[in-house]
Each structure stands twice: as structure tokens, then as C-alpha cells.
Design a protein around this ligand. Structure first.
Ligand code: S3P
Length: 435
């Protein structure tokens, strides 16, 4: 574990300027996975050079794939084909990255070698049965700890069989895990999701010319296809942009434009929620880049108002709730989130950790089993803990914009898992962070 970093945020200020935030984490992971299994050389631009995406990149290097970069967001992957991966010498360490572990558990169930997946303390306490159980239905053999957590020991040389799986939870990681396993299974594998979740796997498989059929909530794949190398331009991550969308909404006199942001409709819940709260957001230069919609987003200050967050938006904004809770603290009246139990099993228990931190800053926030009820409050200064969760650290940094005293945030080193440039860009826009 890297050295502990504490952020101190000086209260107040505005955010102004134009920035580009780093590449989309979900797409960066998938570009490495599919590029590695492709035939030919895949060139990626806009790759997220952060710990989570690097965990995936290093795993494929350890399985014999030659990968150049990342250098200024450029990665060159010399694909080895669907059956070209080699047994790694040691367990693959996925660090803090749930996406790496859950997607790879599907992909690696179809390989000819045994492999073990490990992670950091947070990742090794997250639920993995959501992937190991459906994979077992396909004939995969994965040993977990007694409580269903990692390390995961995946047996190779199993002939997987296609199944139809009705997902009990709306999870893009589970869906993607099953589709990647389906690339190695006899017959058809199909997955039905209870609510729309991010569809980057399906889109990127198509980009690599691998057929995936979509029929409403069901995606279907089989082992007949092959992946053909392609070029991938990864747009900026809307989940990273979200911190500044909220920051510029709540800080007076703010005007921020974030360039080249991915606005895939399975990811834009944060825009919809902020607009329902009365935020002043404009999408400019909407365009399509390599099968993914992209826009520049301009956001100016506004007085937000409290809402009941529509439950159907929850999976579409699943990573943005820590900072949306900060927006809620600044919004007139009451904001209520329900149907978001999944937040309890993210990098930290994001319901409890955010409620505790907001309470410590004097905000009237009440955790519920599946969400939170927040009343508009003056944010005070004080001391909070990120519990090694990158998005908690960044959310409380944004809270500083409307606080009336300095906020000290402990354990901020994990900002590096998704957004190493956060501090620099926040500083450039006008947030005063010191450490
Ligand atoms: C992700 C899916 C989401 C999200 C995570 C990235 C992905 O997880 O929270 O940060 O890239 O597929 P769930 O599928 O568990 O909701």
C-alpha cells in the first residue's frame, strides 16, 4: 500500500475554466481485455493511466501479451488471439479493481490454465458469488473463500456450456463477465438484466467485429466469433467529470467546461439527476467517437433543489452518488435516494461512509438500508475518512466549495485508482487543496 495522503480543503471559492478529465475507466479495462484477445495490433488513445486500469494491463502482460505504453494515453496491444494467453507465473493482483476481478473471472474461466486472482483489502472483502455462481452454471470451477470473497482460484481446461442467466442485480460487471465467458462456451450464452446497465462491453465487442445480439434487456453471444484488432479512442470518464459537474453547480460564480466526455446513455444518470435538481448543464458538440457518444459539458452555478431520485436512474449513476450526496446537502429541502443497496458493496460501504462523513461536517444525512435522506445543511469544517475509497475522497474535496471551515480528508492516496490528476485539475479550476 502506498503512503497515506491527507487532503486539506480550504473552504469556499468558485470553479472556472476548461479541462479534460482522464479516460473512461470501464472502457480502458475493456480495451486491454479485448485488444489482448484480438488478432492484430490494437491502438488505444485516451487510455486511463491509473491504478485500476493498470491492474488489468499488468495482468495481460503477465499472461504473455506484449503491450506498449501507456504513454500520453496511448497504448499499443499486440493481440494474441482468443486462445493465445499463457499461464501467468504467479497470482494476478487486481489491486482495488472490482471490474478487473469480475470481468477476468469470466474470461479466465474459459482458458486452458489455472489462475488465481487476488486484490487489496477492500477488493478481497467484496462479494464475488455474483460472478462465481452464474459461472458455475456454465461449468466453470472457481474456489472462493468461505464467505464468497477473493482470492479466487480459477480452474482451467473446463469446457464451458452456454446458459441463459437472468441477473438478480443490475450489474454491468456480472453481465460482462458472462459475455466474456460466453466467448468460450459451447452454444449460446445469454444474459438478461433487470434494468439497463453500462453497455461498453457489447459496444466494444462490436467494434472488434465480434457478434453480440441485443434484444431488449437480453444480450446473447457464442464462441463462433473472433476479435479483429481496431483503433479505440477512449473518451473522458463521466464518473470523473461528475466531481466538477457537482462542484461547479454548488459553488457560486462557477463556469466550467469539461471536454470530450463520454455520454453513453447507460452512464448519464448523473446529468439527469442534476438536471432534475435544477442544475445548469449544457451538452455541446455532441458527436460519436468509435461507437460511443461524446460531448463537451458546460456547467454553471445554480441553486439546486432537493428531489426524490428516480430509482431507474440508480444503475445509470451508480458511481456518482458520493458526490451527488454533496449536491444534496446544498439543495433546498430534502433529497431522498432509495433502491441503491449496491452502494454498500462498492470500494467502501458508500452509504455508511458518506453518511458518517457528512454528519461529521454537520450535515443532516440519514443512512437507510438502500439509500440516504439528506436535508439541506450548512456544510461545516471538520475531519473525515475516505476509507481508502477514491470517490469518497474526491466527493468530500468538492464539499469544501460550500463549507464554512477547512475539511481534512484522510486516506486520499486511492484517488490514484481512477483519477491521479484530480488534485491538479481541481486546483486549476480553483479548488484549494493542500496535503
Ligand atoms: C463497472 C460497473 C459498475 C461500476 C464500476 C465499473 C464496469 O459496477 O460501479 O465502477 O466497468 O462494468 P457494477 O456492475 O458492480 O454495478
Amino acid at each position: 500500500m502506498s503512503q497515506s495522503i491527507t487532503f486539506t480543503i480550504q473552504p469556499g471559492g468558485s470553479l472556472r475554466g476548461e479541462i479534460r478529465v482522464p479516460g473512461d475507466k470501464s472502457m480502458s479495462h475493456r480495451s486491454i481485455m479485448l485488444g489482448s484477445l484480438a488478432e492484430g495490433v490494437t491502438r488505444v488513445t485516451g487510455f486511463l493511466n491509473a491504478e485500476d486500469a493498470l491492474a488489468t494491463l499488468n495482468a495481460f502482460r503477465a499472461m504473455g501479451v506484449e503491450i506498449e505504453g501507456p504513454e500520453n494515453g496511448k497504448v499499443v496491444i499486440h493481440g494474441v488471439g482468443k486462445h493465445g494467453l499463457k499461464k501467468p507465473d504467479k497470482p494476478l493482483n487486481m489491486g482495488n479493481s472490482g471490474t478487473s476481478m469480475r470481468l477476468l473471472s469470466g474470461l479466465l474461466s474459459g482458458q486452458a490454465f489455472d489462475v488465481e486472482l487476488t486484490g487489496d483489502k477492500s477488493l478481497e472483502s467484496r462479494p464475488m458469488r455474483r460472478v462465481t455462481e452464474p459461472l458455475a452454471l456454465m461449468g466453470a470451477e472457481i474456489e472462493t473463500q468461505a464467505d464468497g470473497t477473493a482470492p479466487l482460484k480459477i480452474k482451467g481446461n473446463r469446457q464451458l456450456k452456454g446458459v441463459h442467466y437472468d441477473m438478480p442485480i443490475a450489474s454491468a460487471q456480472v453481465k460482462s463477465c458472462m459475455l466474456l465467458a460466453g466467448m468460450y462456451a459451447e452454444g449460446e450464452t445469454s444474459v438478461t438484466e433487470p434494468a439497463p446497465t453500462r453497455d461498453h462491453t457489447e459496444r466494444m465487442l462490436n467494434g472488434f467485429s465480434y457478434p453480440v445480439a441485443k434484444d431488449g434487456a437480453t444480450a446473447t453471444i457464442n464462441a463462433d466469433g473472433k476479435l479483429t484488432a481496431c483503433e479505440i479512442d477512449v473518451p473522458s470518464d463521466i464518473s470523473s467529470a461528475a466531481f466538477f459537474l457537482v462542484g461547479a453547480s454548488i459553488a457560486p460564480d462557477s463556469d466550467v467546461t469539461i471536454k470530450h466526455v463520454g455520454i453513453n446513455p447507460t452512464r448519464t444518470g448523473v446529468i439527469d439527476i442534476l438536471r432534475l435538481m435544477g442544475a445548469n448543464l449544457e451538452l455541446l458538440n455532441e458527436r460519436s467517437v468509435g461507437g460511443e457518444p461524446v460531448a463537451d459539458i458546460r456547467v454553471q452555478s445554480s441553486q439546486l433543489k432537493g428531489i426524490d431520485i428516480p430509482e431507474e436512474l440508480v444503475p445509470l449513476a451508480i458511481d456518482e452518488f458520493p458526490v451527488l450526496f454533496v449536491a444534496a446537502a446544498c439543495a433546498e429541502g430534502q433529497t431522498r435516494l432509495t433502491g441503491a443497496k449496491e452502494l454498500r458493496v462498492k470500494e467502501s460501504d458508500r452509504i455508511q461512509v458518506m453518511a458518517d462523513g457528512l454528519n461529521a461536517l454537520g450535515v443532516d444525512a440519514q443512512a437507510t438500508e438502500d439509500g440516504m435522506i439528506i436535508q439541506q445543511s450548512q456544510i461545516g469544517g471538520g475531519e473525515v475518512y475516505s476509507h481508502d475509497d477514491h470517490r469518497i475522497a474526491m466527493a468530500f474535496s468538492i464539499a469544501g466549495l460550500r463549507a464554512n471551515g477547512a475539511i481534512t480528508i484522510h486516506d486520499c492516496q486511492n484517488v490514484n485508482t481512477s483519477f491521479p490528476e484530480f488534485r491538479e485539475l481541481a486546483d486549476q479550476l480553483g479548488l484549494n487543496i493542500s496535503s
